[in-house]
Ligand binder design. Structure first.
Ligand code: NAP
Length: 283
């Protein structure tokens, strides 16, 4: 027996879902994560009986925030490993909700999905837009950010995570306040204070941090999203320049969505196409 139940979301067309008849197989979905949006997607899909969503984390941080539902941790072993994983796990859809600077896993996901004909829903949060009161110096990568710092700044708040900090290792003329979730395992510049903290960060705290350390330059990736934006606002209010590392070249060749609702709506459409949901109703 099937049972009709409304699963409409505000702002979207109301659709009627057919709960899977007992014995029917839920749609197996791999959710590539490592972002707050991926955790939110996992949370919102955890109770959907028509889906089996497996979250995947790279395992970069020592104590990751574990999303709702089943989770696996660690790399797949490149495209071949991911392709084998999708096949063996009978995965019928992939959601790529990784960080905008995580380009390898996104490229691998696209290739693996193309090879197997598995649909890919690609999420990319919007980058931060420059406000007219911002003083940004845009650079294409962390190496160029380090070259700029070597020439200019003296007291730098370096908030780019811990993976590419070694680009700044030879910037010995500057003093650095470095913030990361876990201790970096790469060479650091000589004059460094390390702050181990995890976002989200509040504007008031970021203002205090910049003032207390007499920071005169912030280095940031253009990650987008609200969790780490307060340092950009604080820099604006204190008239501190920001060396803004632009995103790597477009991660996906497939169309991307920039909202969680967009991901969920695409997934509902996919469930419908794959036969798990009845045709959408008229609004
Ligand atoms: P990356 O360069 O694109 O990925 C490097 C390798 O890590 C991939 O080839 C893959 O290994 C593995 N990997 C990455 N994400 C994975 C996932 N969700 N599940 C399983 N394996 C994954 O990525 P990255 O810049 O190192 O970032 C690693 C993770 O941290 C990403 O998931 C990302 O969402 C998160 N993150 C990154 C940043 C950033 O600034 N880069 C910031 C916040 C969070 P195999 O090839 O062996 O499969």
């Amino acid at each position: 027996m099937t049972k009709l139940c409304p699963i409409g979301t505000k702002g979207y067309r109301k659709i009627i879902a057919i709960e899977p008849a007992s014995g029917s197989v839920p749609l197996r979905v791999l959710l590539l994560g490592g972002t707050s949006e991926a955790s939110e997607i996992a949370r919102r899909l955890a109770d959907d009986d028509g889906l089996r969503v497996l979250s995947s984390l790279a395992g970069r941080v020592n104590q990751p925030r574990i999303p709702a539902g089943p989770v696996r941790i660690g790399g797949f072993g490149g495209v071949d490993g991911l392709t084998a994983f999708l096949k063996e796990g009978k995965i019928r859809a992939v959601i790529d909700a990784t960080h905008p600077f995580a380009s390898r896993i996104s490229a691998n996901a696209e290739t693996a999905c193309k090879q197997l004909g598995v649909p890919l829903i690609a999420f990319a949060r919007a980058p931060w837009a420059k406000h007219e009161a911002d003083h940004w110096h845009a650079v294409p990568d962390t190496e160029r950010a380090a070259a700029y710092i070597a020439k200019t700044a003296s007291r730098v708040f370096l908030a780019i995570g811990r993976q590419q900090l070694d680009a700044f290792a030879s910037c010995n003329n500057a003093w650095f306040l470095i913030r990361a979730i876990d201790p970096p395992d790469v060479s650091l510049p000589a004059n460094t204070k390390l702050l181990l903290e995890r976002g989200p960060f509040l504007l008031e705290d970021e203002l205090g941090l910049l003032r207390d350390h007499a920071i005169d330059c912030v280095v940031s990736k253009n990650s987008g999203g609200p969790a780490t934006y307060a340092k950009i606002e604080a820099a604006r209010l204190l008239r501190i320049p920001v060396v803004m590392v632009d995103r790597p070249p477009r991660k996906h060749t497939v169309a991307t969505v920039d909202s969680i609702n967009g991901v969920l709506s695409n997934l509902s459409r996919l469930q419908f196409q794959l036969g798990a949901i009845q045709e959408p109703c008229a609004p």
